[in-house]
Design a protein around this ligand. Structure first.
Ligand code: FRU
Length: 444
């Protein structure tokens, strides 16, 4: 069992998939290469939780078994209907396999189809009998790219089922495709949206939803940030207008990064048992830990929109789990601790080598002592100018620091290596530290 963070289990992890509250449990799947700590022929691994704090590993749920997904089961989502679980994802088939490593293709020679796998109980997945192709490889380039069209996110409206897919227009700009269905199996293309000169060349993992009366789009444009450092692909979010009758969407020019640590990628949302919109995302890591595993999920966040800002707050179940007060990190549970403090201009707190400082109206962080230079990672991060104050709530794990500023006005999450145990102040910072209860925690 894992607590707080879902981490790759002696293998490789990337995007969260099929995140759903189903029959009183949270089901989370994730992109997984089960044979080693590197990306390859994708499978979906599966974890289940009743409180978003404790996660029980269930093994591999989705694996290549059909012609259309023989080289990988890419990202997708889950919905429930009539008690059944429906998984939607992208099946990948290589047109040219790398002869020295059949888990990879040559020169991006692959095609994508959209697939569906159903389950009666969310635990048993028959990859032979219950899997089918619902949208075969696109052959009309005007509608969609045969190669780069993927990551179905399905949701329900009063008049039926909707699907959004991420795609590209001629590898020049990103594009979203909208489909509709009444039976969850037969899908009709309705509309698409793109943006002149904006947001990268391919849009991965789109997610559209309403919260607090606002229409929100989250997606992950590829080739978005070009600063010569790792990770030009970044996840962003924005308030959009969406007319569901015609599936017309308008995107503004402004956006927020999903997370200002720029390591998080490919987020996915669902609705929790209390109706909150919650999100999980992959934290990218430059190197496998102990050469054994690579990839983690962030702690679940509650997405809220107020006026023109989107907040990513700590899920209350997580916060409630960290309530045993301690005086030093050495006393903490192996699953980490939480520090609460506020900063005046020029003050800083250094957490095991991770530096968090207030500079004017911004919170800035620096992880240069916790990653190797050879990895070419970005090391310094900053929020935009803050409006809500300078309150910090930092979740510290051996390999991940998540800095929530002003209850999610902005978040900076970073992966770190060889984190120390000392906390040092610059200025007169006072702080409180909390860790998990010794026994298992009740639900929040
Ligand atoms: C995003 C992504 C998705 C794709 C999956 C493959 O990280 O590239 O677009 O479905 O990962 O693992």
């Amino acid at each position: 069992m894992q607590k707080i963070h879902v981490k790759a289990n002696a293998h490789w992890m990337n995007d969260p998939n099929g995140f759903i509250y189903y029959k009183n449990k949270y089901h989370l799947f994730y992109q997984c290469f089960p044979y080693g700590p590197r990306w390859g022929r994708m499978h979906w691994a599966h974890v289940v939780s009743s409180d978003l704090v404790h996660w029980e590993y269930q093994g591999i749920a989705v694996f290549p078994s059909k012609m259309d997904d023989r080289n990988g089961c890419f990202s997708g989502s889950a919905v429930e209907d009539d008690g059944k679980m429906y998984l939607y994802y992208t099946g990948v088939r290589y047109l040219e396999e790398n002869p020295e490593d059949i888990n990879l293709c040559v020169d991006e020679q692959f095609v994508s189809a959209q697939m569906m796998l159903t389950s009666e109980d969310g635990y048993r997945f028959d990859n032979i009998k219950d899997k089918k192709t619902i949208l075969p490889v696109f052959c009309d380039n005007q509608i969609a790219d045969a190669r780069h069209t993927r990551d179905p996110k399905v949701w329900k409206e009063e008049d039926g089922w909707y699907m959004v897919l991420g795609s590209t227009e001629g590898n020049r700009r990103g594009k979203l495709l909208f489909f509709r269905s009444t039976d969850k199996e037969n899908w009709s293309y309705i509309n698409s949206v793109t943006k002149e000169n904006g947001f990268g060349w391919m849009w991965e993992c789109p997610d559209y939803f309403e919260t607090g009366g606002k229409q929100i789009l989250i997606f992950s444009p590829m080739g978005f940030c070009k600063n010569g450092k790792a990770y030009s692909d970044q996840s962003i979010c924005m308030q959009v207008t969406f007319r569901k009758e015609t599936c017309e969407m308008e995107l503004p020019d402004t956006y927020q990064f999903l997370d200002y640590g720029l390591d998080l990628y490919a987020p996915q949302t669902t609705v929790d048992e209390k109706g909150r919109r919650i999100l999980m995302a992959w934290l990218r890591m430059p190197e496998a830990v102990e050469g054994r595993w690579n990839g983690m999920q962030c702690i679940p966040r509650v997405v809220e929109a107020k006026q023109d800002h989107i907040y990513f707050r700590v899920h209350p179940n997580i916060r409630n789990a960290f309530r045993r007060k301690i005086s030093r990190p050495e006393e903490a549970d192996p699953n980490g601790y939480r520090i609460i403090f506020s900063l005046r201009d020029g003050e800083a707190l250094d957490v095991g080598g991770y530096h968090i400082e207030r500079k004017g109206m911004r919170i800035c962080t620096d992880r240069s002592r916790l990653v190797e230079e050879a990895w070419n990672m970005q090391t310094e991060f900053s929020t935009p100018e803050l409006k809500d104050g300078f309150q910090l709530e930092v979740y510290v794990d051996q390999n991940m620091i998540e800095v929530f500023v002003n209850d999610g006005e902005y978040v900076i999450s970073n992966c770190v290596y060889n984190l120390g145990t000392k906390i040092r102040q610059q200025g007169q910072v006072t702080y409180d530290i909390y860790t998990l209860e010794e026994s298992d925690m009740p639900k929040g």
